[in-house]
Design a protein around this ligand. Structure first.
Ligand code: 3HC
Length: 337
């Protein structure tokens, strides 16, 4: 039902008989786990889906710097400042790897930025929530980077070579990010009563937005079926969400914090069969669709900050281009000398 509320161009999957010979040969390569490289033939829909997903992922990395960079000057110790600064810089690097991977598909970086700034391209819903306390920074590392890893580890096996290779490095760094967040939470949860309350409050506010990061339920996911057939996505949204809950609940227990979900319960029968995972409450999907449609708590602030940075950086980009043109002009003269 909700899928109709999201403006997408997801269409059904073609059967083998409906495919052209080229499409069939391409699908056979995907099914055989071959990697597709930039100059090889690919269906237009495969290219388009990759550009959409990789550029949205890149935008998420860049926009994701904002709620954290906001805390660099307020981090409680010099060590915490240095760690947070390094993490925020890593996220810029992730954005760059991903923009480069998307460029190999024939879209320019300027076009991708234009799509972000005009609101046509999405970025992860999670970054439209505010970071109100230092415990929020711990929670972002623990839950947000934790959810990102859950999604991105399988993407190291995605069918498009440049995307899969970018993911390998990104996942290594995200793993460090998740641990630094958990470490902040360990200190706060075992600190003073006020610190423990801050940690619980952060978990209360970020739990459901973190669950939303995996996208709508499978029934409402317009792209999953085709993206999984093309191995652009490896797991379903609900499958990843379940794995995330199963991994994170014991971590919350270790911290002595309570996941804000009355329905949370381990689901296994007395023979240890059952689902073998937690039952949990769904996030508020109306809130999710409002946030990804531009109506979340911080959408205007986040996009405004990106547009301002782009506009204020124009002189620098122009300088770089002028310098590159000057170097290119000099080269023939140097070659002739
Ligand atoms: N936030 C914003 N939009 C979302 C979303 C989310 N959490 N989940 C889904 N959507 C959008 C989709 O983009 C799609 O809209 P579109 O057609 O306009 O693009 C629509 O909702 C329908 O959802 P689908 O399930 O059909 O979409 P996908 O198949 O693309 O699945 C996804 C969504 C699981 C997020 C998938 O795109 C994906 O795996 N992307 C790669 C990973 C990624 O982008 N991660 C960003 C996380 S943040 C991060 O990594 C930063 C780090 O520093 C923490």
């Amino acid at each position: 039902m909700y899928a109709q509320m999201v403006k997408t161009d997801g269409t059904g999957i073609k059967s083998s008989e409906q495919m052209t010979p080229e499409e069939r040969a391409f699908q056979e390569r995907i099914d055989a786990d071959s990697r597709i490289e930039p100059k090889e033939w690919m269906p237009a829909g495969y290219r388009k889906t990759l550009i959409r997903q990789i550029s949205q992922h890149a935008h998420s990395e860049i926009v994701g710097q904002l709620p954290e960079s906001n805390w660099v000057t307020r981090a409680p110790t010099l060590e915490r400042k240095a760690i947070l600064l390094a993490k925020v810089q890593d996220e810029a690097g992730h954005g760059l790897y991903l923009y480069c991977a998307a460029e190999t598909l024939g879209i320019s970086r300027d076009e991708m930025f234009e799509q972000l700034h005009s609101g046509r391209a999405k970025y992860s819903s999670i970054f439209n929530y505010p970071t109100l306390s230092w415990a929020d920074i711990g929670t972002v590392g623990w839950l947000v980077d934790g959810a990102a890893i859950m999604n991105q580890v399988p993407l190291q096996r995605t069918s498009y070579g440049p995307y899969a290779r970018a993911m390998v490095r990104i996942c290594k760094e995200e793993s460090f990010h998740q641990r630094q967040g958990f470490h902040i939470m360990m200190q706060m949860a075992k600190g003073t009563e006020a610190q423990r309350r801050m940690a619980q409050d952060a978990l209360d506010r970020f739990w459901y937005p973190a669950l939303m990061m995996f996208g709508p339920s499978d029934a409402d996911s317009v792209h999953s079926a085709q993206s999984m057939a093309w191995k652009i996505k490896i797991d379903t949204n609900d499958g990843l969400r379940q794995k995330f809950v199963d991994q994170t609940v014991p971590q919350a227990e270790y911290l002595g914090l309570t996941v804000p979900d009355d329905k949370l319960a381990w689901n296994a029968d007395k023979f240890g069969e059952g689902k073998g995972g937690y039952d949990f409450s769904e996030p508020d999907w109306d809130e999710f669709f409002a946030v990804i449609s531009g109506d979340g708590p911080c959408n205007a602030e986040r996009l405004g900050a990106r547009v301002k940075a782009w506009e204020e950086g124009a002189w620098y980009r122009e300088g770089l281009m002028a310098n590159a043109a000057k170097q290119a002009d000099r080269q023939p003269a140097q070659a002739a000398a």
